[in-house]
Design a protein around this ligand. Structure first.
Ligand code: PLP
Length: 355
């Protein structure tokens, strides 16, 4: 028994962790020893199990592959110098997974199943958590439709899985982004606010085109007018203009990022003026022209704080103030790291210790 739920645990007899330098592995390529799996069938979630990480057999008619019922989350566990381990706001990811599930006509997962499996998995694979300054264990919970059937309908069966992998810095350098005004990521009434796999699939072609032009990422704009900023890659977008922190308000076209919310709450707590609203491309470039645009950066679990140094728009590159001159984003980056690594007071009770 673990906590309030019963999980079958099959521990590996041969850990692979010693074969790795967990502080130095490429992001998303090396997976830790165990995985948590639970099936949904006969209208309910079944007993969960933790077993050695491995491939799973799959029908070629798997419903998720054809009709796209596939959702996921991204969160992290941190280890500090003393070896203390903490998850950062895991309940927010749990809630967001269920928001995605409802929109995609998939079953919601109970909190005790999600959290019970997660905590047990992290305890088992704690040796995989990097303790370097920018290191963490990236956690990927996901749910897929598993009916073996051709025919468009919501599946009757699902699989919920959690896998993890050691992670370092996502972007090693400040980034160059391009404002996308031909393609769009999300529409009102659509699924932009969810983490369904299709949102990422559809982003790949425009991102590839931007990368061919020398940018790392696109900044999405609203589908109707392409004149308001939305978000960028797997990050929410923030600007500091005239000492005010400005970010697009969340809506059904923008993912409500956990990092976004954390940054905004810290900023408000520090007494900074914060504006969550529609942010037009024009006002940001006007601010740039008038010397009032001080910072632009993306915020997200994988990327943490990614400094934006160049924004390409309609064939022209706009160079932003150098990172060394920026005051707010480096300070928030450090503050978040200190909270996540349990080195400072956790005023908002964001961390959940794993013991
Ligand atoms: C599209 C998108 N926007 C924003 C974010 C940032 O969200 P979070 O801070 O919860 O990681 C992510 C990452 O999950 C994302 O995929």
């Amino acid at each position: 028994m673990t906590g309030t739920i019963d999980i079958a645990i099959d521990k590996t007899t041969k850990s692979r962790v010693k074969e790795q330098d967990v502080n130095n592995v490429p992001f998303g390529k090396v997976f830790s020893d165990h995985m948590f799996v639970v099936e949904y069938a006969d209208g309910k979630w079944q007993k969960g199990s933790i077993s050695p990480y491995r491939d799973i057999p799959m029908s070629l008619a798997l419903s998720a592959l054809h009709y796209g019922q596939a959702i996921f989350e991204g969160m992290k566990a941190y280890k500090n110098e003393k070896g203390e381990i903490a998850l950062f706001r895991p309940l927010d990811n749990f809630k967001r997974l269920n928001i995605s599930a409802v929109r995609m006509a998939m079953p919601e997962i109970p909190e005790e199943l999600f959290m019970g499996g997660l905590l047990e998995l992290i305890k088992l694979d704690k040796e995989w958590i990097p303790n370097s300054e920018s290191g963490s264990l990236y956690i990927r919970p996901f749910m897929i439709a598993t009916d073996e059937a051709i025919g468009v309908k919501a599946s009757d069966t699902y699989k919920f899985v959690i896998i993890t992998c050691p992670a370092g810095k996502y972007y090693s350098e400040p980034i160059k982004v391009m404002v996308e005004t031909n393609y769009f990521r999300a529409v009102e009434g659509g699924v932009g606010f969810t983490k369904c796999a299709g949102n990422y699939g559809r982003s790949l072609f425009p991102t590839k085109l931007a990368q061919q032009k020398g940018y790392q990422q696109v900044i999405w704009t609203d589908a109707k007018t392409h004149s308001f900023f939305e978000e960028s890659g797997t990050m929410n977008l923030m600007f500091v203009v005239d000492n005010i922190l400005i970010t697009p308000a969340t809506s059904d076209t923008i993912l409500a990022g956990v990092t976004r919310d954390s940054v905004l709450r810290l900023a408000r707590d520090w007494g900074m003026l914060v504006e969550e609203r529609k942010v037009s491309i024009k006002e940001i470039f006007d601010a740039h022209k008038n010397g009032k645009l001080q910072e632009a950066f993306g915020v997200g679990t994988a990327a943490t704080i990614a400094q934006i140094v160049t924004i390409g728009y309609e064939g022209k590159d706009y160079e932003l103030p150098p990172v060394e001159q920026r005051k707010f984003s480096p300070k928030i980056d450090q503050a978040l790291r200190d909270i996540r690594k349990c080195r400072t007071e956790d005023k908002f009770r964001w961390t959940m210790k794993v013991v």
